[in-house]
Write a protein that binds this ligand. Structure first.
Ligand SMILES: [Zn+2]
Length: 470
């Protein structure tokens, strides 16, 4: 009888195209067999997953781990602990850290930190702001570049020098250089010229608190998002660069994406959980002020965003996990522009979407596709994203019937609080595996810093070869 390291028995395996009750066997960190329940198999560890759902681990391509430079908020260990507890098996770090990884030397130093500290698999979205560095950065196993169109607005955080570009010519030149690398370019859309005009209006009327800040970013039906997306999509059309548009949150951007995709443009887009579970309810913003902001997403966008998630106009879900300390949020009650923007979410977004699936808002298979399969495909992670023989055994076992009450006390992020506190959902992550090793089980992170590996993009051919071997 074949011998395996771990066998997960009797669970319902869920993929993008369907679900099936099966036994899944793991050997040497990979999925080695998927067989009829009860098939005789020898295993060192046997886990009974009867009544549970077995999902490919979530792949979050947009997270802010804050190290190096802002470890008072979060660090690689705390961020990847929260990932493990949330069923996230691969997390990509954004480059707004200090120093930002916009040169090869800086990226290499950051890679060294991750090799020592990460509990789950990881990658780093290098800042594509220094054109001469782009070809070198592309050789370091990264899966994408990131550019913010936001330039610093007077705060040292979150948009320090070195990560932002809003000059259109410079932006187009970066698109051209990244295109030569073949890697996708992630862009945070923003129109600072319009924002400056909008802000001046608010300030002239004496409106400065968190509610004013929320309204300013959403002003004129989200004009700053729509004009920035239009520019990016048009530059994409000319340069052919694989564009990944961040923070989809207006119906205007959804319509533009639909047109671009109809034309066959190489564009993908993400949705962040705050757009559907937090910032789309004005009552949350009144109650929580800056703690509820990432961004205000007026309620009229909610239906178009769900529709776009379901029909594929939006390709994937990533968190935009962005923890900030209370002392960085509190100033927002008086001056929303002085508070740091962003909300934490990596620990709880999978349960939030599982609950939405249970309520019939979206199909469970589509959730799996959005959180795991689509990000793996878009960013070339050929060994991840699916429960398939030969792929990495990156797995989350979830109980869709169990209730989770989100509370500050269970937050693993260093900041120790969450704007989702008080929310009750059905859908609990019980056990998380990264390459066959349990990193989280029954409420406890058991993974070790240094276990996580860089999730490098691979080639289709290597996966096929691996499947033949096993
Ligand atoms: Zn972000």
């Amino acid at each position: 009888m074949d011998r395996y390291d771990t066998i997960i028995r009797g669970g319902t395996l869920v993929g993008a195209t369907g679900r099936t009750v099966a036994d899944l066997a793991i050997r040497d960190g990979r999925i080695a067999a998927i067989v009829e329940p009860g098939t005789p198999l020898g295993g060192d560890v046997v886990i009974d997953a009867t009544g549970r759902h077995v999902l490919p681990g979530a792949i979050d391509v947009h997270s802010h781990h804050r190290e190096p430079g802002f470890t008072r908020k979060e660090d690689i260990v705390s961020a990847t602990s929260a990932c493990a507890a949330g069923g996230v098996t691969t997390s990509f770090a954004m480059p707004n850290v200090d120093p930002p990884p916009n040169t090869v030397d800086r990226l290499d130093s950051m890679i060294e930190l991750y090799e020592q500290k990460a509990i789950v698999d990881w990658n780093i979205n290098a800042a594509g702001t220094v054109r001469d560095e782009i070809p070198g950065l592309a050789t370091r196993g990264i899966a994408a570049f990131k550019v913010f169109m936001v330039v610093d607005t007077g705060r040292d955080y979150p948009h320090m020098p070195g990560i932002g570009v809003h000059d259109h010519g410079e932006l187009m030149a970066i698109f051209e250089t990244v295109a030569e690398s073949g890697l996708p370019l992630m862009v945070h859309p923003h129109d600072q010229a319009l924002m400056t005009h909008i802000e001046e209006g608010f300030w002239a009327r004496g409106e400065r608190d968190a509610l004013a800040y929320a309204k300013a970013y959403a002003a004129h039906d989200g004009i700053i998002w729509d004009t920035a997306a239009a520019l990016l999509l048009r530059i994409q059309e000319s340069t052919g660069t694989a564009l990944h548009l961040l923070h989809t949150q207006t119906s205007g951007v959804v319509e533009q994406l639909r047109r671009a995709k109809d034309k066959g443009q190489n564009v993908s887009a993400e949705l962040n959980p705050w757009a559907l579970f937090l910032g789309n309810d004005w009552a949350n913003i009144e109650r929580l002020g800056s703690y509820a902001l990432s961004y205000y997403v007026p309620e009229k966008n909610t239906e178009p965003l769900w529709a776009a998630l379901i029909d594929g106009t939006i390709d994937l879900i990533s968190t935009d996990h962005a923890p900030h300390l209370r002392e960085e949020k509190e100033p927002g009650w008086a001056d929303g522009w002085k508070a740091h923007t962003g909300t934490p979410s990596t620990q709880f977004y999978v349960p939030l979407f599982l609950d939405a699936a249970r309520r019939g808002r979206i199909g469970l298979e589509r959730v799996v596709e959005l959180i795991a399969t689509a990000p793996a495909d878009r960013f070339g992670l050929t060994s991840k994203g699916r429960l398939e023989v030969g792929r990495d055994a990156d797995i989350a076992i979830v109980d869709l019937d169990a209730e989770l009450e989100i509370r500050d006390e269970i937050v693993l992020s260093k900041i120790g609080h969450t704007p989702y506190a008080g929310t009750r959902v059905r859908g609990v992550v019980e056990t998380t595996f990264v390459r066959g090793r349990v990193v989280y089980d029954d409420g406890t992170v058991v993974g070790e810093p240094g276990w996580g590996r860089q999730a490098r993009p691979g080639s289709r051919e290597s996966l096929v070869a691996e499947q033949r071997r096993s």
